[in-house]
Design a protein around this ligand. Sequence first.
Ligand SMILES: [Zn+2]
Length: 87
Amino acid sequence: MKSNEGSDDVTDDYLDARGIPTSVCPRCGCDWLMAPIRLHPDTYTIAMWGTKGFCYSCKAKLTIGTPPDAIDEWSERMESEGETDDD
Ligand SMILES: [Zn+2]
């Protein structure tokens, strides 16, 4: 008789770090993230990417960051470069 008591259920082995947008894996530090992408049909550059992804290295589930998630970092960069809004 074979019983499935969950002893070889490995689905919980992967960290679930979804909910906090990130650019690196919080588990292993890998910055290669797997995400669904859309390419621009003419240039084949990345036009969009999905936020539901996972770490390429350890397979942890992640929420992939987008530029608005890094708004603080960007505003700091803008200030240090002395850019102004004088249109
Ligand atoms: Zn990882």
